[in-house]
Design a protein. Structure first.
Length: 160
């Protein structure tokens, strides 16, 4: 999948980038690849599962795009890369995530923005890749991944 450009990183103001869940902060002058689209969705779409908090004040940044609300990390919710999010077309839709020899149903509540980042709306984190399913703690627990292995996991997903 071809990138649609690059974004120049800016250093976050002191204390403005939350590194909870091993989140990365933007680096001054570093170039970050951006994407407008994601790989095609199939019955077994390959992706990288990442860990995100959807609670207020946590590493997820602002409120979820689907409802401008925060969500409990005890609820299986996800954000999808921009192309898969389909301009809110997948808001509140369930997806099936399979990984670690288990599956879980999660609700799409947000976009993991692949076109912007390094700003306050994105908690001064770099743009997402174009193949990311950013998931709450509840998803990781349902997949039975040991907590010390949380962070990144190759998965497949499909619409429920």
């Amino acid at each position: 999948m071809k990138s649609t450009g690059r974004l120049t990183g800016t250093e976050p103001p002191q204390g403005q980038c939350n590194t909870e869940n091993d989140s990365n902060c933007c680096e001054q002058g570093k170039m970050y690849t951006i994407y407008d689209c994601s790989p095609p969705v199939s019955s077994q779409t390959q992706a990288l599962l990442t860990l995100n908090s959807f609670e207020e004040g946590a590493d997820g940044g602002g409120a979820s795009e689907c409802d401008n609300q925060y969500h409990s990390d005890d609820t299986p919710v996800v954000s999808l890369s921009r192309g898969w999010f389909e301009h809110q077309g997948r808001c509140y839709k369930n997806i099936i995530i399979s990984g670690n020899s288990r599956s879980v149903v999660a609700t799409v509540v947000d976009q993991c923005d692949s076109t912007t980042g390094c700003d306050s709306d994105h908690d001064y984190q770099p743009p997402c890749g174009n193949y990311i399913v950013d998931a709450s703690r509840a998803v990781w627990e349902a997949l039975g991944v040991p907590q010390n292995d949380w962070g990144q996991l190759p998965i497949v997903w499909s619409d429920a």
